[in-house]
Design a binder for this molecule. Structure first.
Ligand SMILES: Nc1ncnc2c1ncn2[C@@H]1O[C@H](COP(=O)(O)OP(=O)(O)OP(=O)(O)O)[C@@H](O)[C@H]1O
Length: 440
C-alpha cells in the first residue's frame, strides 16, 4: 500500500497508524520536513499553531527508529509538563503496534520511578529541561548513560526553550547528549525567533548535510490560523469579571468549550472561584498547583467535565484540545508571541475558532504591538453591550467575587503561595549550589 505518507519515506506500519487516527494527507510542514529529516538534515520548522508540527518531527524519527531501534533513540524537550505528556501520548499511540517504550521525565512526578524508567533504556525520552538536568546531576551513569548515544534531539517550542529562563538546565542537558555533529537536531515552533534561526548559522561539519529551514508563510503573512477570528472588547478594568461572565454565558457561547488566559496565578484562582460560585463548570491550570491537581484539572477539561479552563501561560503552548472553540485573553500578554500561542489553542488542524481579547485603557500599546506581530487588525466584539453587562451580571459577579476572595483569605491562599515560593526559592538555592559543586 502506498499513501501520501509512505511516498514521503514514512514506514508502512506508521502510515497505517496515522491512517487509524484519520490522518491521511500530510500538512505543508510535514511534506517539507519529513523527507529532509529522513535524509539526515538538521531542521528548523516554523509553522502556525495547530499545523501538525508534532508529526513533522515524530514521523521521520519513528520511521528511523523502527529500522534500527538501538538504545535511547531520541530525546524530545518541551517547556511544560503537560506538553511532554501530550507528546508522549501521541508517540505511544503511533508506536503501539511496535511495542514502543517511552519515559516521560518531568517535574512534580516521582523522581525515583523516572530514574528506573531511564535505567530500562526507553526508546524515547520526553522531558522538561529542569527535571532532565536534575537526573543528569544527581542520578548515576547507569541512569543517564544511555543519553550519551541518542541519535535525535528535538526542541519543541524551541523559541521558548532557547529563551533565558531555561538556559542553565538546557546546557546541562546538552552536556550529556552527543555533540551536534553526532546527532540530528530539530527545532520546531510557531514563532521562529532569531535565537532559533541562529542554529542554521552554526558551522556544519562536512559529514553533515546543511540545516534545512522551513518557515511556512501564508500569502498575507498573517501569523495565526486562517479560520481563527480575533475579536476585542474594550472595557473598564474594574468590571472585567462581569464581562467575562456575560461572554461565557452569552447565548452563542454558553455551550462552548473555552480557555481563559490570565497573566497571574492569583487572578486564575480568583476567577476559578468566582465562576464556580456562579455555577459555571470551571477548572484551572497554573504553575502554583501541585502536579497531581494540574493533571487532574486538564483531564477534567479534556473530558468535558469542565467547559471553562482558566490558565496562565503554562497552557499557552502546544496543548492540542480539539474541542476548544473559544480563547479569551482576560489579560493581554506582554509578549506578542505569547498571544499567537494562546489564541492558537483553538482553530487547530483546519477547524474554525474564535478569540476575544479584553482590552482596558492600559492595554492599548500591547494590542498595537500584537496587531503588528500578527499582521492583522482585530475586530470589535459586538455581542456584548455595556448596558447589558451592567444590568445582567455586575451585581451577581461582584457578590461571587467577594465570596471567592473571603474564602481564599480563610484558606490562606496567599500564605500558601508565599510558603510555596519560599520552599521553591530554597530548593532552587540547594539545586544551584549542587550544580555549581557539580561543575567543580
Ligand atoms: N496531516 C494531518 N492531517 C490531519 N490532522 C493532522 C495532521 N497532522 C496533524 N494533525 C492533527 O492536528 C492537530 C494539531 O497538530 P499539532 O499538535 O502537531 O500542531 P502544532 O503545529 O504542533 O501546534 P502548536 O504550535 O500549537 O504546538 C493534532 O490533533 C494532530 O493530530
Amino acid at each position: 500500500m502506498t499513501s501520501e505518507f509512505t511516498s514521503l519515506g514514512v514506514s508502512k506500519w506508521l502510515a497505517e497508524s496515522l491512517n487509524a487516527m484519520k490522518i491521511y494527507t500530510p500538512t505543508a510542514i510535514q511534506k517539507a520536513c519529513i523527507p529532509k529529516i529522513l535524509a539526515g538534515h538538521d531542521c528548523i520548522g516554523g509553522a502556525k499553531t495547530g499545523s501538525g508540527k508534532t508529526i513533522a518531527f515524530g514521523a521521520p524519527m519513528l520511521t528511523k527508529w523502527s529500522e534500527d531501534p538501538m538504545g535511547i533513540f531520541g530525546v524530545i524537550l518541551t517547556p511544560t509538563r503537560e506538553l511532554a505528556l501530550q507528546i508522549a501520548e501521541q508517540f505511544a499511540a503511533l508506536g503501539a503496534s511496535m511495542n514502543i517504550r517511552i519515559a516521560v521525565v518531568v517535574g512534580g512526578e516521582d523522581i525515583v520511578k523516572q530514574a528506573i524508567q531511564l535505567q530500562n533504556r526507553p526508546h524515547f525520552v520526553i522531558a522538561t529541561p529542569g527535571r532532565l538536568a536534575d537526573h543528569i546531576l544527581n542520578s548515576g551513569e547507569d541512569t543517564v548513560g544511555g543519553l550519551r548515544r541518542v541519535k535525535y534531539l528535538v526542541l519543541d517550542e524551541a523559541d521558548r526553550l532557547l529563551s533565558n529562563s531555561f538556559g542553565s538546565d538546557l546546557e546541562r542537558c546538552f552536556s550529556i547528549l552527543p555533540a551536534a555533529d553526532k546527532r540530528q537536531t530539530m527545532l520546531f515552533t510557531a514563532t521562529v525567533t532569531d535565537a532559533v534561526r541562529a542554529l542554521k548559522d552554526k558551522p556544519v561539519p562536512e559529514s553533515k548535510p546543511p540545516v534545512f529551514v522551513h518557515e511556512v508563510e501564508s500569502v498575507d503573512k498573517v501569523a495565526i490560523p486562517e479560520k481563527l477570528l480575533t475579536n476585542y472588547l474594550f472595557l473598564p478594568s474594574y468590571v472585567k469579571e462581569a464581562y467575562l461572565f456575560s461572554v461565557l454565558t452569552h447565548e452563542d457561547n454558553k455551550d462552548s468549550t473555552a480557555i481563559v488566559f490570565v497573566n497571574r496565578t492569583h487572578t486564575a484562582e480568583v476567577l476559578r472561584r468566582t465562576l464556580r460560585n456562579l455555577e459555571v463548570r470551571v477548572t484551572s491550570l497554573h504553575s502554583e498547583m501541585p502536579q497531581s491537581e494540574r493533571t487532574n484539572s486538564l483531564h477534567r477539561f479534556k473530558a468535558g467535565a469542565a467547559r471553562v479552563l482558566i490558565a496562565t501561560d503554562v497552557a499557552s503552548r502546544g496543548l492540542d484540545i480539539p474541542s476548544v472553540q473559544l480563547v479569551i485573553n482576560y489579560d493581554i500578554p506582554g509578549d506578542a508571541d505569547d498571544f499567537v500561542h494562546r489564541v492558537g489553542r483553538t482553530a487547530r488542524a483546519g477547524r474554525s475558532g474564535e478569540s476575544i481579547s479584553f482590552v482596558t485603557e492600559k492595554d492599548v500599546e500591547r494590542i498595537l504591538s500584537i496587531e503588528k506581530r500578527i499582521n492583522k487588525k482585530m475586530d470589535k466584539y459586538e455581542k456584548i453591550s455595556d448596558n447589558k453587562v451592567i444590568k445582567s451580571s455586575l451585581k451577581e459577579t461582584s457578590v461571587a467575587k467577594r465570596e471567592a476572595l473571603m474564602d481564599m483569605e480563610k484558606e490562606g491562599f496567599g500564605e500558601k503561595r508565599k510558603n510555596n515560593k519560599r520552599k521553591h526559592d530554597q530548593e532552587k538555592l540547594v539545586s544551584t549550589s549542587k550544580k555549581s559543586k557539580g561543575k567543580k
